[in-house]
Design a protein around this ligand. Sequence first.
Ligand code: CUA
Length: 325
Amino acid sequence: MTLAPGPLQALLLAGPGYMPERASSVAAGVDHVFGFIFWVSAVSLALIVAVTLVFVFRYRARASRQVPEASPDHSTRLELTWSGIPLLLVMVMFALSTKVYLEMTSTPPGQAATQVKVTARKWSWWFDHADGKGAKSLHVVLGKPVELVLGSVDVVHSLYVPQFRLKQDAVPGRYTRMFFTPVMAGTFPILCTEYCGTNHSQMLADVVVHEDQASYDAWAAEGRSPALSLVDQGRKLFDEKGCSACHSEDGSAGIGPTVKGLWGKSEKLVGGGTATVDENYVRESIVAPARRIVAGYDDLMPPIPLEERDMLAVIAYLQSLKEKP
Ligand code: CUA
């Protein structure tokens, strides 16, 4: 049974009781650092408020007290105490969090991590796995160390897996890294935690932790069949590459033009002129979207590099959506 905690319960528990389950090797360490800092802060707050209240009461204005009472100008012992204890506490925080930080930025000694390349773009994630399989979801194997290498094609995004207690920015023009070992099989949500524009809150994905290598291999072999038709391949890519986040397939309005009945249309362009939606226009719109934008839409789409066959597959799919006369 799981209960959604209320704010008071969250405040009281401030630990594993209300945190999501711990599904990665670094989760417990993060919780310990968080719990330590939380309780140090809570106790400090209580002490400061208590002492403030005592002083307010003790030294309040009274008829009998018209001039300040004499007091020592300082106390070396007291000053050393109130500097030393906080210094000690923040040094413990520094040591604890550095240890956990190093765990999430390097492989466990003697273990090789499987590398997954993560591509962030407005507004979807793409995971290229070590064996060459690309997918919308991240697939890893229970107990096997993973290294994520994150890049972004447009703006700063941030990959966040609450159950893993892991968060890392994806920054255009550079690669960032993150290490972990999954310790619990299951499917967990991936969120974007860097505000990246209109559909930021929809920039979701899953991480699937497979029980064993055999389960992962079975997934990796899926969809490798050469029998997939170009149109089906295109439909799959359209979904996987995140196109469907902005371009609806049913004619409804979106961030970009719908692809329903798009093929062969003559579109008015920003800055004048028209373009007929054919192979060349679609290709240009995928690799250099800013060049010829359809009137009424903004320059929001990132270039999506596609292999030639994939490009052809998407074109075939768009052709299949042509309105029947
Ligand atoms: Cu990507 Cu927010």
